[in-house]
Design a binder for this molecule. Structure first.
Ligand code: ACM
Ligand code: ZN
Length: 619
């Protein structure tokens, strides 16, 4: 994209047509002069870090010719990509360009819903042309094993096919595997994907999950779980390590990537506490707790990968119980895991959920397909700076940034594309462009146009020009009688969702589309609060909005009562409201009062798990 240009000196317009095609490693034309590894370009970028030198280029367009100078074929490719995005007639000038970070990735979860070779090749085209250079494939998870493994054909024979095509159907079915929904990549498919990606200067990083998210492995391979059915592998059993090493040996043969992702997230470790093999392992190895037992597994796997010249990367849970010596951390539960890894002298890739999780809806949830927990518009991604909070001297440990597209709620391939584009462009620009040239309005314009160009080429994309944006009520503070009033909580808010703490419900700030945006207060109880207006006032109406996100366990109350009082001791019921809209998403529960009062008690009764509200509005 054009934003990926750091310097343009206008020299006019190139007069003659140049028959240049998109860069895919297969064609350049005689009208474009390419110079690789020659001075003075090499000298000019001598001060750049090695990764930037590799991709740096200088593109010179004069009225007579186009000239590309780069240190490597990869640099030439980046220049050709830029050229392919300029519109004819090309603006004459000099573009000097190189990336901010070496790791600019997108993760596709092809376990929850399988995506085939053709689909992946198509995404490599679109992702590489915005200079993304890592395609991370989440190949294994409870929902399906997606990679042919010659030494263990049972993995795909038994666990690449499941019962129930949608997530909820599958997840609640007792007999889950050996159904007819699914698929997997053959080793031939993988070789083709890897070679295609290499021609587009993308690295395919494979992820083989361990020890959690492994229900399918335990199902397919008897003897690698603590029990017959388990979500986690058993780190106490040698059979587990034998399986993992045999699988990883094939993975390393297929994927030339320096990094092999071993997952590591969200292991429940439930059965490790009473599994005799796990307990014996802990005793023999002097491991104090199950976190150290996971760390034992990760360290052993790291030794195996390192012995084969590869590096281990895993989700930030691999910090728990002690990070293995050479591991790289992919920080997803916020940025803290990545920052901690860097403090410990390790490398990190930033993929914090609130900025990089593309499974969140990108526009008003009331008009989007259901997303997995939250609202993440493109603007919020674009302004993210992965280097925030990292001391200058440690920046070399920050490899870069990645967008993750989990697929629990994304059955259709077109839906995958819809979630990716244009938000992947924002991830690309975080990874490539220096902070100084970033411009949100300009990006928006280019992203809108580039998404339209992708649609012309048969991709499904979100249309930025039709974006509704954040919840209208959240855009300006709301004035009401209770604004600034003191709130007494009969039940406390949950510590994970404090919003503005005791000020939340009367600060005038209404929540946006996401319960996690810091404006919604979360309760694992009834919401039972009393607002003190300071003096007696005529009160007409009291209302509060609740949001529902059933996928995240957030539900509407089943009823609300509003009481009022003059003295704070004797309360009278103003009204009771039953929820008559059980499938609603952002529902106000309001009650007419029509009395003079100083105290208002608002009580919302919880039905299942969470309640979230943002403001008690009093008029
Ligand atoms: C993750 O989202 N569980 C890495
Ligand atoms: Zn065990």
């Amino acid at each position: 994209m054009k934003a990926l240009l750091t310097l343009i000196v206008a020299l006019g317009i190139l007069p003659a047509p140049v028959s240049f095609e998109r860069a895919d490693g297969t064609s350049t034309t005689k009208d474009v002069e390419v110079v690789v590894g020659k001075r003075p370009f090499t000298r000019w970028c001598a001060s750049l870090p090695d990764f930037a030198k590799k991709e740096a280029y200088r593109l010179t367009i004069t009225p007579k010719r186009i000239r590309i100078e780069a240190n490597t074929p990869e640099g030439v490719y980046r220049a050709e990509t830029t050229l392919g995005q300029l519109e004819y007639p090309y603006p004459c000038g000099v573009i000097v360009d190189y990336p901010r970070f070496p790791w600019r990735g997108i993760m596709l979860d092809i376990s929850r819903h399988f995506r085939d070779k053709e689909f992946i090749l198509k995404q490599i085209d679109a992702l590489s042309e915005v200079k993304l250079n890592v395609l991370h494939l989440h190949l294994t998870d409870a929902a399906g094993w997606r990679l042919e493994v010659k030494s263990h054909p049972e993995l795909t024979a038994k666990a690449a096919w499941r019962v129930g095509d949608t997530w909820r159907e599958w997840d609640t079915t007792g007999k889950r595997y050996e159904g007819s929904y699914g698929g997997f990549l053959s080793q031939e498919d993988v070789r083709e994907i890897v070679a295609y990606a290499a021609r587009h200067h993308m690295t395919v990083v494979p992820e083989i999950e361990m020890p959690g998210h492994s229900r399918e492995t335990v199902y397919a391979i008897p003897g690698v779980g603590c029990r017959e059915f388990s979500d986690d592998l058993c780190p106490g059993k040698e059979a587990t390590f034998q399986l993992l090493e045999e699988v990883l040996a094939e993975v390393m043969d297929l994927f030339p990537s320096e990094y092999i992702h071993i997952g590591g997230d969200e292991a429940g470790k439930r059965h490790w506490h009473d599994c005799p093999d796990c307990q014996r392992r802990m005793q023999e190895e002097g491991l104090k707790n199950v976190e150290e037992l996971q760390s034992y597994l990760v360290r052993r796997i790291e030794r195996f990968l390192n012995a084969h010249g590869r590096r281990l990367i895993g989700w930030d849970e691999i910090l728990e119980g002690g990070l293995s010596p050479n591991a790289t951390v992919m920080s997803w539960r916020g940025t803290e895991g990545g920052l901690e890894a860097i403090r410990q002298g390790h490398d990190a890739v930033m993929t914090p959920g609130n900025r990089c999780y593309l499974d969140k809806v990108q526009d008003a949830p009331v008009r989007e397909p259901e997303g997995w927990g939250g609202y993440l518009p493109i603007d919020s991604i674009y302004v993210y700076d992965p280097a925030a909070g990292i001391p200058e001297a440690s920046l070399g440990h920050l490899l870069g940034v990645q967008g993750n597209l989990w697929h629990e709620l994304i059955p259709q391939p077109s839906h995958t594309e819809y979630m990716l584009y244009p938000r992947a462009f924002a991830i690309a620009e975080i990874g490539w462009s220096p902070l100084e040239v970033k411009d949100a309005d300009d990006f928006r314009e280019r992203a809108t146009a580039h998404a339209a160009a992708l649609r012309e080429r048969g991709y499904t994309t979100f249309k930025l020009e039709e974006e509704v944006g954040n919840r209208p009520a959240s855009r300006e503070a709301e004035n009401h009688l209770g604004r600034g009033a003191k709130v007494a909580y009969a039940r406390p808010w949950h510590r994970n969702y404090p919003a503005a703490r005791a000020a939340t419900l009367t600060d005038g700030n209404l929540g946006g589309w996401s319960y996690g945006d810091g404006r919604w207060q979360g309760f694992l109880s009834d919401v039972d609060v009393t607002i003190d207006l300071g003096s007696e006032k005529p009160v007409h109406y009291v209302t509060a909005t609740f949001l529902a996100a059933p996928g995240a366990g957030v539900y509407l109350p089943d009823r609300v009562t509003v009481e009022y009082s003059v003295d704070g001791e004797h309360y009278l019921l103003a009204g009771e409201l039953l929820n008559e809209n059980p499938d609603g998403k952002y529902i106000p529960f309001g009650v007419s009062v029509g009395k003079d009062a100083r105290y208002i008690r608002y009580h919302a009764f919880r039905t299942k798990e969470w309640l979230f509200t943002d403001e008690i509005l009093i008029y």
